[in-house]
Design a protein. Sequence first.
Length: 389
Amino acid sequence: MKIFLCVLMSMFFCVYLQPGVVFAEIVTGQAYIENGNISKASANARKNAMRSYVEEKLGVHVKSTTEVVNNMLVRDSIVARANGYLLVKKVVSERILGEIYQVTLELETSNDLINSMTKDVAAQLLAIDEDSSRNGVHVAIVDEDIKNTVLWNSYFTGMLKQAGFRAEVNDDVVLYLSQNINNFNDLKMNTEIRRIGRTGDRGTANAVIRGRVGLARKTEKIAERSYKAVAQVNCELIGYDNNSIDVAAGYYYYVADNAELAEQMAKEVALRTAAEQLSSQALKTHQLEYRGGVHNIKVTLCFRGLSNKAVQRDLIAGALAEANCRVIRSGFLPDNTLQIFVHADDYNNVEELKEAVLQQLRGPFPKVVDIIDQNQIGSTKLNFALWGT
């Protein structure tokens, strides 16, 4: 009997992994009917069925061919392009069970199509790593259930790469967030996160996404073998060299036939949505975008030691204009420090901008020096002292 079972299993895996083999399977999907929206629940139930099919029926094959590709990304890509990779041969049944919409589908796909998809995703991510038209971003995601933190960082990074950005996990920021997870909403943490992110070799990254995900409330059983989990996500994209912040936050639910799966998938949906939102926002702002060799930098410049405020303000404004900086707003602080918020797009990074400003200032202010304010809280600032002027 044991020999028979071993032979049978060997035959199964040979067929299962054989190129060109077509798979057909009856799969059931379900979704929560939110606010009586049947059509939305029907669409979500179909996606649930397709996701389950790829995860459970083709999971062995996908994982065996995507050692360096995020398995969840491959699965999501197949589901997103279902018309090209999954064939719905037949809708077996559709029914409403209380608050649950349930659909049973006969799905079909082949190894060739799955192989094609995994290669497409791998090639896409590799191309982005080697030659991207957009600048980089660090990722630091923490889960209230710490054991999932590594998984979510990998997934979130992959989502950003699929959107066309260079992305990598910043382990130091992840550690800092893990140690301060209960203080996540304290905005003063952003100052330390910027400091950590700018320390050492930050590569092409000029921003970091710090995020936290967890369950919003206790998972509830809403029908026989149906559990609804609600996840809460809060992500902020923080520029290293500017004071801009983009935010993606919200609550997302998922229904599955067991509580653990519902909780895991709710968090995944939350993070996937946050990554999509931040990617879209980044295209409209200067924080991540890098096209044609041009960075858009916005930064605050602080000038100390002015003895003649009116005259020297005009001299500084002239020097900034020569450095191709456009003044957005300016004003004096109580200690007579002149603070100017500028925009520049001729520099690769804030260090290049600083050197250009120093060069132009040395004409009217020969003794100008740049200084580091260790007590600075808030947005990134460049500080200059006009000693002896």
